[in-house]
Design a protein around this ligand. Structure first.
Ligand SMILES: Nc1nc(=O)c2c([nH]1)NC[C@@H]1CN(c3ccc(C(=O)N[C@@H](CCC(=O)O)C(=O)O)cc3)CN21
Ligand SMILES: O=c1ccn([C@H]2C[C@H](O)[C@@H](COP(=O)(O)O)O2)c(=O)[nH]1
Length: 310
């Protein structure tokens, strides 16, 4: 018998949530079936990548999003200019809510692209992932008892440094959950904690991602690819071989309006094992561009459209 396909875990998770999940009214009002606590494991060895094949996943959008996080940027404009649409709904909803100007999503996005000052005012998501990852704010007390702003903390560089100098550490963490700033974020981070780990006698880099809330149909395919890509870049920068990606979900759910996608996708069989090649070693973790990444052996089933819950 052939070794089971890595994607079977994802399909099994989807089937189990749809079959056994509790039906819940969620923040978006759409409604979900949900389980609490789930785990998936993927090997990243030999350039393996946990990219779904039972529907086409636009991995370049996920890769561009990951590169955007690494720039520390929190405005959607750079994504919009690259044709990445996945964050557009949230600034649009805020704009409509705060101005009463009920413009269509497409028109809003066009203005973000065309008008830099409009984008500066309305395109920002607040201090989300990128900001916390590379510029976590600090404050220090002054002798007069007031605070002043300290230097931001670049967690990504610190993790790379700690992987190089103390690989056996159990503290290689990149954290997005800045409790003091949650109320200023368009959405509190979902893929909130990345822990890295050096295993196999100091040769392999493993990553564990803890995701507090997971949209299994739309978000998870992106989150798995993103986490694998981040791990691959960090492995290259620290001269380690890619090891394993462990994914852990908190509230792991399927939106009720994704039923057609779920039924269709669960009929399909995984197809092939794509690989990710990184064509050059960038001077630092911040030096990669989309052209550095190539996926080969990817001939997935057709994309399946589904509405995103805002
Ligand atoms: N409900 C919800 N689910 C999410 O996955 C999610 C959020 N909200 N809010 C913030 C981000 C945005 N993310 C998104 C948003 C949309 C797609 C999406 O529509 N994906 C489509 C098309 C992708 C494309 O056009 O490139 C897909 O078929 O995967 C994926 C991830 C992940 N996050
Ligand atoms: O990277 C992401 C970002 C978001 N999600 C999903 C998970 C939930 O369905 C929503 C967030 O809603 P909350 O009420 O804040 O939990 O977005 C994801 O799966 N992946």
């Amino acid at each position: 018998m052939s070794e089971s396909h890595y994607e079977q875990q994802y399909l099994d998770l989807m089937a189990r949530i749809w079959r056994e999940g509790d039906e819940r009214v969620d923040r978006t009002g759409v409604g979900t079936r949900s389980i609490f606590g789930a785990q998936l494991r993927f090997s990243l060895a030999d350039n393996a990548i946990p990219l779904l094949t039972t529907k086409r996943v636009f991995w370049k959008a996920a890769a561009r999003e990951m590169l955007w996080f690494l720039t520390g940027e929190t405005n959607i404009r750079p994504l919009v200019l690259q044709g990445v649409k996945i964050w557009n709904e949230w600034p649009h909803a805020r704009y409509v809510r705060e101005t009463g100007d009920d413009i269509a999503l497409d028109e809003f996005v066009q203005r973000i692209a065309d008008d830099e000052s409009f984008a500066a005012r309305w395109g920002d998501l607040g201090p989300v992932y990128g900001k916390q990852w590379v510029d976590w704010p600090t404050y220090r007390y002054r002798p007069d008892g007031l605070y002043e702003k300290g230097d931001g903390i670049d967690q990504v560089s610190q993790v790379i440094e700690s992987l190089r100098t103390t690989p056996g550490s159990r503290r290689h963490i990149i954290e997005g959950w800045n409790v003091a700033e949650l109320d200023r974020m368009a959405l509190p981070p979902c893929h909130k904690t990345y822990q890295f780990h050096v295993g196999a006698d100091g040769t392999r880099l493993n990553c564990l991602l803890y995701q507090r809330s997971c949209d299994v149909a739309l978000g998870l395919p992106f989150n798995l690819f993103g986490a694998a890509l981040l791990t691959r870049m960090i492995a290259q920068q620290t001269d380690l071989e890619p090891g394993e990606l462990v994914w852990m979900g908190g509230d792991t759910h399927l939106y009720l309006n994704h039923e057609a996608l779920i039924r269709e996708q669960l009929e399909r069989e995984p197809r092939g094992r794509p690989t990710l090649e990184i064509s050059r070693r960038a001077p630092s973790i911040f030096g990669y561009t989309i052209e550095d990444f190539a996926v080969s052996g990817y001939s997935p089933h057709a994309a399946i459209k589904a509405p995103v819950a805002v």
